[in-house]
Design a protein around this ligand. Structure first.
Ligand code: SPV
Ligand code: MG
Length: 290
């Protein structure tokens, strides 16, 4: 049943179900496949990670069409749904809805838009954050919901009230406006190292729509707390990027210093690279077609 359903339907199920679900960050075709093989039911196409793997900042330095190309590789190598971090939608309602159309065409199951100003800044940085006008952002959401062709395509509205220092009442007001605009779920973000902001939101939100969270900074909170407070989806947002950075730094440093390839314990075999690329599949087809 669900195994054979469309990716949009699978993502809708992940987000709309009562169970707490988890999706994991990926930033290219290879990491997307690795996330799927680990057992995750969905992928977070993180803006931070996709930017970082291109070597640029997370403030819309990579264009939306450059990100579409990355997403195309991610979709090609996986069958589980991908939720794109769509930042602010790369412009006004018209730019955002065109992105929705292009994502649908490429098999991406949903997108998350945040209520900030283009070009956005990463939420975990120290700089000031400017929020979008509530009405304008609500209309952007509405335009995207009106424009999508697949009824199951998921649009998540991300509220940055806590990130910008505007507090709980502002967060509740914004999320209620986005709910009325027809969004499928809200993402409430916090950069505190504890769960207090998110917990206060969840207690007052009363399950009006599914809630998505990104516990990067409050990672010490037991997962059971998320479940108890009716979180719908938790995003492990950047941990494959960070794992790969550390591994590449250590490997490059060791090879540079030693001028040989001995004692590299934490690298994959070439055979494993071939497996991940599905070299086997081509061997089989070569016999048939060459
Ligand atoms: C991302 O992964 O790009 C996110 C989450 O948007 S955060 O980095 O916390 O803003
Ligand atoms: Mg982001």
């Amino acid at each position: 049943s669900l195994q054979f359903s469309k990716r949009t339907t699978k993502l809708r199920q992940l987000i709309q179900s009562k169970e707490l679900e988890f999706i994991m960050e990926a930033h290219n075709g290879l990491s997307a496949l690795i996330v799927q093989e680990a057992g995750f039911k969905g992928i977070w196409a993180s803006g931070l990670s996709m930017s970082a793997q291109l070597g640029v900042r997370d403030c819309n330095e990579a264009s939306w069409t450059q990100l579409l190309e990355v997403l195309e590789f991610m979709a090609e190598r996986t069958t589980i749904p991908i939720l794109m971090d769509g930042d602010t939608g790369f412009g006004n309602y018209n730019n955002a809805r065109r992105l929705v159309r292009k994502l649908e065409e490429r098999g991406i199951a949903g997108v998350c838009f945040e209520d900030k100003i283009f070009p956005k800044r990463n939420s975990l940085g120290d700089g000031a954050q400017e929020l979008a006008n509530i009405q304008e952002f609500s209309n952007k959401i509405k335009a995207c919901k009106d424009f999508q062709r697949d009824k199951d395509f998921q649009i998540v509205a991300r509220c940055e009230s806590f990130i910008a220092g505007w507090g709980l009442d502002n967060a509740l007001e914004r999320c209620e406006a986005y709910r009325k605009a027809g969004v499928d779920a809200v993402l409430i973000h916090s950069k505190k190292s504890d769960f207090t902001e998110i917990e206060s939101f969840l207690k007052n939100w009363n399950n009006r729509l599914p809630v998505v969270i990104v516990p990067t900074n409050y990672y010490t909170t037991p997962t059971e707390e998320f479940r108890k407070n009716n979180v719908s989806l938790a995003i492990w947002a950047n941990h494959n990027l960070r794992a790969s950075i550390k591994a590449m730094q250590e490997t490059s440093k060791q090879i540079f210093e030693r001028q040989n390839l001995n004692g590299l314990d934490n690298i994959a075999t070439v055979k494993e690279v071939f497996r991940l690329q599905n070299e086997k599949g081509l061997e089989v087809d070569d016999k048939k077609y060459l």
